[in-house]
Design a protein. Structure first.
Length: 335
């Protein structure tokens, strides 16, 4: 019994240790340990600050297409600081809802959320990472039961809910495979057996070849990648709850479209694009948040994209410059 108590106290102590989280950041692998990176950033945000806090959340575009360090450099004299809380993959409203209470508890002054069509018009997928495992909140269960069928759980979740529940009570159980790898890797680095890799860039440098886009366009002529499903109703329901709760806590909510390749309309029907914009436009009016549709963004050239949705280094730089001007206008009221 004493050993169990000591083990629990050790976990609690490490969870609250800034040094431990610096160790995780230094030794974590960018893609594989992205959920730990998110955890580290969120836990490192001070609750009371002399500056205004803006959380950048959303899909991998939010994580990879915005130069947060440059934003902070530009706004350091404006009493505003940005935090990169974008998540690898699609970051569905399921994930958004599960993290809602933690995001609100961190007391941001504003949240800048960048979904895109996939966020609302594809079934929930646990690839490339299982966000259900990392961000699980049992409050999601009534919504899943309301909207989904048994075959949805078997096909799209494929997870052991008992395992997920256990992880929600223990950070070290939830990230056990990650910590094993991090501890082992850092041990090899310290012995000089392996050289510590340089930090990975969180953005792409070169576009895919034209053949990639041609194959994708041909593929999605035969099967619609983005379409209305039962999940769309689930996502819209969860987004509604998220937005209402954020606004009710007097947090400025900005929902923005993200840059899309000029060829993107060839893999997405006009009806889906219109439905996506119409839903968020109506929600913004009813709930009272700001919605900036994709059409309000400056046009981006094909060579500024790696694929249909992710920017290259040049595209990322231009999008960040656009956001500096945008935030100077939209965040003026935070001062």
């Amino acid at each position: 019994m004493a050993g169990l108590l000591l083990f629990i106290l050790l976990q609690v102590g490490l969870e609250r240790s800034a040094g431990f989280w610096r160790y995780v950041e230094r030794n974590g692998r960018f893609h594989f340990d992205d959920a730990l990176r998110f955890e580290s950033v969120l836990r490192g945000i001070p609750r009371q600050t002399p500056f205004k806090k803006v959380f950048l959340i959303g899909t991998s575009q939010a994580r990879e297409d915005i130069d947060v360090a440059y934003l902070n450099e530009q706004f350091k004299d404006r009493n505003i600081r940005f935090y990169d809380l974008g998540v690898i993959g699609t970051f569905y409203p399921v994930d958004l809802y599960m993290l809602k209470d933690r995001l609100i508890a961190a007391r941001p002054d504003a949240i800048f959320y960048t979904p895109f069509v996939e966020t609302f018009y594809t079934p929930y997928k646990i690839q490339p990472v299982n966000n259900l495992e990392y961000y699980f909140n049992p409050n999601i269960l009534p919504y899943l039961a309301k909207h989904l069928r048994r075959e949805d759980y078997d096909k799209d979740f494929r997870g052991d809910f008992l395992d997920v529940f256990a992880g929600s009570f223990s950070l070290f159980y939830r990230f056990r495979n990650h910590f094993d790898e991090i501890f082992y890797a850092s041990f090899k680095y310290s012995l000089g057996v392996e050289k510590r890799p340089l930090p990975m860039d969180s953005f792409f440098t070169e576009p895919y070849p034209d053949s990639y886009f041609e194959k994708q366009i041909e593929k999605y002529k035969k099967e619609q990648r983005y379409r209305y499903t039962r999940y769309t109703d689930l996502y819209q329901d969860l987004f509604d709850v998220f937005a209402r709760d954020v606004v009710a806590h007097d947090i400025r909510l900005i929902v923005s479209g993200c840059p899309l390749h000029p060829l993107f309309p060839k893999i997405c029907s006009p009806q889906v694009l219109e439905g996506y914009d119409d839903f968020l436009t109506e929600q913004s009016r009813r709930i009272g948040f700001t919605f900036a549709p994709h059409a309000e963004l400056p046009p981006f050239a094909a060579e500024e994209f790696n694929d249909f949705t992710h920017l290259t280094r040049a595209g990322r730089a231009r999008y960040t410059r656009y956001l500096i001007d945008y935030f100077e206008r939209e965040l003026e009221t935070l001062k």
